[in-house]
Structure formats: C-alpha cells, structure tokens
Ligand binder design. Structure first.
Ligand code: COA
Length: 323
C-alpha cells in the first residue's frame, strides 16, 4: 500500500428524543444513581417511531460530506456499520446511497456490532490505501433501542441510538497509520441477540429479538482484550505511550474506558467521553465521539489518535490515526 487514507470530514446525528436515567426509573426497577455509578451514563437518545437507521445515517453523512467540502457525486464507496439495518435487504448502505442520489459505486453493510465502525473503517482504509477508492463514506448507525427488552433492567439502561460518519480520502500525507481488527466466536453467547430471520422469524416479526448479555463476563473480557489491543497498536507502530494525543474509545462503560486510559498512561483529559450523554450507541459510538471532539476543537490536525472498540462476537479492534 502506498497511498494514505485520511479523515477529511466527519458528521454525526442524534435523534431528538432524550431518555434520562430518571425516565428509566418509571420503566424498569432501577435508580438514576445505579445507572450512573455502574456505567457513567446519564441519558441516551431514542429514535422516534418511523425514524430508521438509514435516516440517522443520512443526516450524519450529509454533515460529514459538508465538513469535507465534498458532494455526494464525489463518493466512490459507501460502507455502513450497523446491527440494526432498516431491512433484511437491500443493505442500509444501498438505502443511504439511493437517498444521497449516488449511482453505481459499491455500497455494502458490515456487521460487527459495537466494533462495527472499526471493521468498516478497516475495509475503507484498505480500499483507499490500495487506490481502489479515492473518496469513501463510512458510517456507523444504530437504532439499538429496537433490539432491547424494555423489561430487562440489566440491558435496556445501557444503550442508545445515533449515527456518526466520516469521509476518507486518498492522500500523500499520513492519515490512518495502522488498523488491527479481531474476532473470536467462542464468546458468541455472552453478548447476543440469539434469534434472527433464519432461526426464529416470528420473534423477529413480533419485535422480540432482544439483546442478551452476561454483563460481568463481558466487562472482564472487554477490559483485558481492549487493554491488549491498545498495546498491540503501539508495538505495531513502534511508538511510546507518551506519543498519543487522544483516545477515542467505544463508549460502553466509563469504568472500561478508564481502565484502557490507564493502560496507555493517559489522563482522562486526553480521552473523549460521550457515554454520559449518548449511552452505548454500538457501531455509532466511535464516530459520534470523534465528531464531538473535532467540532468542539479538542482534536486538531496533526494529533495522533487511537480508536478502539469491543463488541458482540466477540469482535474488537484498534486503529492509530494521524489527523
Ligand atoms: N438497576 C438496578 N440494579 C441493577 C440493574 C439496574 N439497571 N441492572 C442490574 N442490577 C442489579 C443486578 O441484578 C445485581 O443484583 P444482585 O447482586 O442482587 O444479583 C446488582 O445490580 C449488581 O449487578 P452487577 O452485574 O454486579 O453490576 P456490575 O457492577 O457488573 O455492572 C454492568 C453491571 C452491566 C453495568 C457492567 O457489568 C457492564 O458494564 N458490563 C459490560 C457491558 C458492556 O460493555 N456491554 C457492551 C459491550 S459492547
């Protein structure tokens, strides 16, 4: 690979409806304090009835294109990471392509749950770095609220809806420096929606395809796996911990985020935290957090940033990016 793949624009979108921890006290047997102290979450956004993953993806994509100074017609590749596609098919990427008025370029979805955006960005990085794409749109978008059991307090308090997008362009100067993605299906039962159209079509039709999670186990594996993943990326690039300006982590639990920051000897001032406002938005969480920190001026051109994420499968990954 000779070319670099740079992030030239980003955007994000959150549905208007905010569900606070206090609101959840009226839905399940929980307390505002329990949720905040165990997870770091204070509120999350929930898509309105009739608002779908492609709607969220479209709003985030338009913003990302605007910030890159690009028109939809410049885009030659669309990859959408989502666990909550609008339809079984066509892919959400094809629905997004149609709504952006783009014709002919490849468009497909990637499914790696909460690590989905890193998987999608990994694919785009390789397309751009090999010259197969010059201007790609990569999106993480979720209406995760649709696969939650609103009677299960151990899961429904943790997730939210949203979308984040990036424009990735071929460049002579460095952008994405390296990307490392992994999976281990041996852990398939610890975090899952155990039904799908092939196994239990009626449950899917009835809206009973729910997220199930062994929270304590997932927590333990996320801390150790992500801790190793961020060290892997330092070693692969021959850089020291002190050379990292920002960590943009997957937003699943503030205690997991703090543990990873500690592995990197980073102060929490160098970590982008949005979990308090967004909850865990699965594939949308990393691009949403990135866009937040770019827009408020924290992440700037020249900064060296690590992205990391962990999700059902298990799937996980880390990426080192020069902005
Ligand atoms: N409100 C109040 N009590 C709750 C609750 C809620 N929303 N959810 C669970 N509890 C109860 C449990 O039933 C348990 O009660 P018990 O001791 O009587 O059985 C008690 O709180 C403690 O639960 P525990 O599982 O020990 O809490 P925890 O400190 O492990 O925190 C999680 C729970 C889910 C926040 C934490 O395990 C976690 O974040 N796990 C990883 C989740 C994750 O990252 N998932 C996505 C990965 S992409």
């Amino acid at each position: 690979m000779t070319l670099s793949a740079r992030i030239t624009g980003s955007g994000s979108y959150l549905p208007a409806k905010v569900l606070t921890n206090k609101d959840l006290e009226g839905i399940v047997d929980t307390t505002e304090d329990w949720i905040y102290s165990r997870s770091g979450i204070r509120q999350r956004h929930i898509a309105a009835e009739g608002e779908f993953t492609s709607d969220l993806a479209l709003a985030a994509s338009r913003e990302a294109l605007r910030s890159a100074g690009r028109a939809p017609s410049d885009v030659d590749l669309i990859v959408v990471a989502t666990t909550t596609a609008d339809q079984v098919f066509p892919s959400t990427a094809c629905l997004l392509q149609q709504r952006l008025g783009i014709h002919g370029c490849p468009a497909f979805d990637v499914q790696a749950v909460c690590a989905g955006f890193l998987y999608a960005l990994d694919v785009v990085y390789r397309y751009v770095a090999t010259g197969a794409s010059r201007c790609a749109l990569v999106v993480g978008a979720e209406t995760f609220s649709r696969i939650l059991n609103w009677e299960d307090r151990t899961t429904c308090v943790l997730f939210g809806d949203g979308a984040g997008a990036m424009v990735i362009e071929a460049s002579e100067s460095p952008g994405i420096l390296s990307s490392h993605i992994h999976a281990d299906g041996a852990f398939k039962d610890l975090l899952c929606v155990p039904v799908g159209v092939s196994t239990a079509y009626q449950e899917v039709l009835d809206g009973r395809a729910y997220t199930e999670m062994q929270g304590k186990e997932v927590f333990r594996w996320a801390v150790s796996t992500l801790g190793d993943a961020v060290i892997e990326i330092l070693d692969a690039n021959g850089i020291e911990k002190g050379e990292i300006d920002w960590l943009v982590p997957h937003q699943a639990n503030i205690r997991i985020i703090k543990a990873i920051a500690k592995r990197l000897d980073l102060s929490m001032d160098q970590v982008v935290v949005t979990i308090d406002k967004h909850g865990n938005t699965s594939a949308a969480s990393v691009p949403l957090a990135f866009d937040t920190a770019v827009r408020d001026g924290r992440i700037r051109s020249g900064d060296q940033v690590i992205f990391e994420a962990f999700g059902g499968g298990f799937t996980w990954g880390s990426m080192l990016v020069k902005i």
